[in-house]
Design a protein around this ligand. Structure first.
Ligand code: HDE
Length: 699
């Protein structure tokens, strides 16, 4: 069967505007330039003449090359691909993209951090944006989501305050891409509705390993409407095929210096090498009647609908497999909008979503500079836009004829609205007094924070406590730190006390454990493992499925393994390991004492230009590295970051030498250090981290 596909539609559309260089250099008006390296001067040694129109044009364009970066989500990276529906939602919606099984719809996805500037590193502790545009035959549909399913605030009117608080402080513009500062925590401590989101933001979710090991969420509840006009509520989920995995905090900070483009580079290189990034699209479908039964409000974006109440139904797959041709024209100029929905869908009354529907259109004007921004190649729909809008700065199209109004009799009344095919707002009953209030159903701010806490594994709980200690210890104003401890107390007293210890405050709980600084102390882990909270606003659940990342699918696919080697390496052993890894979709990269040939294997990276934090696991393949400090550091770092370690050929003594740098730590197979067993190593790699190292590693 030939697959119905229109994935090429956007690629073909973009091809119209993709310019190949001609043979001769011209100015922007097509005049061939004779000399582009010397300006026109009066005499050999100047002065330069104003008459030099080539110089002026070139400088003029250069002077205006920058546009304002996004006010949030400035740092980001995008890729093209397609979405293919495998399971029709025809019972729930008339949207073609969700009913035509087997059709491939082109997509462009942009991943981002929120707080940092455009040039900031990829790996701060932050929420990640996950914005997807579907170029459907019924117009663009955007899911402008995040990698966390809830948000800090319930009402869009608070968004500017939230963003002002988290961005670098306005008097000295510090810190860059970090929430660990006074203004953020001041705002949060005065905003109880943010507590559920704070638990997510302090968890490992806020330091994802890569774009293709993070989930995506539409966050808000939307409506689907079927042919009979019936409404179903829906929440959208992107589930990565590789599972959801994170960095550890010390590693994330080091990557920010060693390779600030870490996530961007990995996506680019994966696609460049012919690979792809993949997610399932999942939906939670529920009726308004079901929603009315729950003890939380589905219009409140600080709440999840636990998967135990409504399972996620996987309905299709998204594949990203083409890098942009030009970062600026595609990734920078793409303008997503929550208001981009297609017939068969509708918004809900979520006040955060309603505010966003204004903001995303509005912001493009100051960023892209003209009301014609929707005609930019990356933004225009594959079904051509057709209306009576005209003129404005940078008009791209030439609209012939004298008619630019509706109704008209001079051009056959075209283009005309179409009752049948057009978008309809669902006729939701709306009435009431005009009130500036928050509904009572939005008032539980701690119940789902507790649900999240209860759902974490012990090691994930320790990471949350450590993240809070890190962040709050950077807050200089004592009353802000204390105010945050009050909130944590309401989530769990043991969590609050463990954080208090790190801040030099008196813990309220009778029982405490030494807070871990370098290691996850087993005592703290054991204490927090017992810290179960009573929940509310959680549909009666004490714990929810799919929140802990340790429950995620395990696979070695896409993992990068450093193979440390010098000139004396056994090339056969290295190649055997590389083969075992590539059979599972992982990569073994030789990191050499120098670049190039190491007696039969090629080093593409060196111990000096690389770092353990840039790999998922490390194997040492050469006994002569025992005396190489950089090799020992590689192994030590990887051990501390709970990564699988191994030795092949005569590498074992190097592991032993590295272990002596960390006295008292076990370096054996039971703790993720594998000697000369490729199959066991690959199996371990699929588990991502070795959490049973005791004491556990810095994170
Ligand atoms: Fe955004 N957000 N946002 N946001 N957001 C922007 O739009 C805004 C919110 C999200 O890769 C801006 O084009 C308001 C939630 C992503 O281009 C701006 C509110 C979620 C991106 C804006 C929110 C998001 C943005 C800045 C509160 C997850 C990057 C540039 C009501 C569901 C899109 C731009 C890209 C970007 C406004 C809250 C996700 C200013 C007013 C909740 C992924 O319009």
């Amino acid at each position: 069967m030939t697959k119905k596909t229109n994935t090429d539609a956007k690629q073909q559309d973009l091809a119209h505007d993709t310019l190949q260089p001609g043979n001769m250099l011209t100015d922007n008006m097509g005049h061939v330039i004779g000399d582009d390296q010397n300006s026109l001067k009066a005499g050999e040694r100047g002065p330069v003449l104003l008459e030099d129109h080539f110089l002026r044009e070139k400088l003029h364009h250069f002077d205006h090359e920058r546009i304002p970066e996004r006010v949030v989500h400035a740092r980001g990276s995008g890729a093209h691909g397609y979405f293919e529906l495998t399971d029709s939602l025809g019972d729930y919606t008339t949207a073609q993209v969700l009913t035509e099984v087997g059709v491939q719809t082109p997509v462009f996805v942009r991943f981002s951090t929120v707080a940092g500037f455009r040039g900031s590193p990829d790996t701060p502790r932050d929420v990640r944006g996950f914005a997807t545009r579907f170029y459907t035959q019924q117009g663009n549909w955007d899911i402008v989501g995040n990698n966390i399913p809830v948000f800090f605030i319930q009402d869009a009117i608070k968004f500017p305050d939230l963003v002002h608080a988290v961005k670098p402080e306005p008097h000295h513009e510090m810190p860059q891409a970090a929430s660990a500062h006074d203004t953020f925590w001041d705002f949060i401590s005065l905003t109880p509705e943010s507590m559920h989101m704070i638990m997510w933001a302090m968890s490992d979710r806020a330091i994802p390993r890569s774009f293709d090991t993070m989930e995506g969420f539409g966050v808000h509840t939307f409506r689907l409407i079927n042919a009979r006009g019936e409404v179903t509520f829906v929440k959208f989920h992107w589930k990565p095929l590789l599972g959801t995995h994170s960095l550890v905090w010390d590693e994330a900070q080091k990557i920010a210096g060693k390779d600030p483009d870490f996530n961007r580079r990995q996506m680019w290189e994966t696609i460049d090498a012919g690979g792809m990034l993949e997610w399932h699209l999942g939906v939670q479908l529920f009726t308004p009647e079901q929603a009315a039964q729950w003890d939380f409000d589905v219009l409140d974006a600080t709440k999840i609908v636990p998967e135990d109440l409504v399972p996620v139904r996987l309905i299709g797959k998204m594949v990203l497999n083409r890098n942009p041709d030009n970062f600026f024209s595609e990734t920078e100029q793409v303008g997503y909008m929550t208001s981009n929905i297609v017939p068969g869908m509708d918004f809900t009354e979520d006040p955060l979503l309603q505010g966003r529907n204004f903001s995303y259109l509005d912001t493009q004007l100051s960023r892209l500079g003209s009301p014609n921004w929707q005609s930019l190649p990356i933004n225009r729909p594959v079904n051509a836009a057709s209306n009576n809008q005209r003129d404005g700065h940078m008009r791209f199209q030439i609209n012939p004829g004298r008619v630019s109004y509706f109704p008209n009799s001079l051009d056959g009344n075209r283009p005309a609205p179409d009752e049948k095919q057009g978008f309809h707002s669902h006729p939701v009953m709306a009435s009431g007094a005009k009130l500036r209030v928050r509904p009572a159903s939005f008032s539980d701010h701690y119940g789902q924070a507790k649900l999240f806490w209860n759902s974490m594994s012990p090691v994930e709980r320790v990471h949350i406590a450590k993240a809070l200690r890190f962040e709050l210890s950077k807050v200089e104003t004592p009353h802000v730190r204390l105010a945050m401890l009050e909130h944590l107390e309401k989530i769990h007293p043991l969590l609050a006390s463990q954080v208090a210890l790190g801040l030099g405050e008196k813990p309220r709980a009778q029982e405490t454990a030494k807070p871990s600084v370098t290691y996850d102390e087993p005592a703290e882990m054991a204490l927090l493992a017992r810290a179960e909270a009573d929940t509310s606003a959680s549909g009666g659940l004490k714990k929810a499925a799919a929140l802990s990342q340790l429950e995620q699918p395990q696979s070695a696919k896409g993992r990068h393994v450093a193979i440390l080697a010098g000139d004396g390496v056994d090339a056969g052993a290295v190649k055997a390991l590389q083969q075992a890894l590539s059979a599972e979709g992982a990569m073994g990269e030789v990191v050499g004492t120098h670049l190039g040939d190491l007696g039969g294997v090629q080093a593409m990276k060196t111990l000096g230009n690389s770092h353990a934090s840039l790999f998922d696991a490390v194997v040492v393949a050469d006994g002569q590295l025992q005396t190489e400090t950089e090799a020992l550091d590689f192994l030590r770092e990887a051990y501390l970051h709970a990564k699988p370690l191994g030795a092949i050929a005569d590498g074992a003594p190097v592991l032993a030498a590295a272990s002596r740098q960390l006295p008292g730590t076990p370096w054996d197979a039971a703790h993720g250090v594998i000697d000369d067993d490729n199959a066991a190593f690959v199996q371990l790699l699929a588990q991502h981290r070795v959490w049973n190292r005791a004491p556990n590693p810095a994170s």
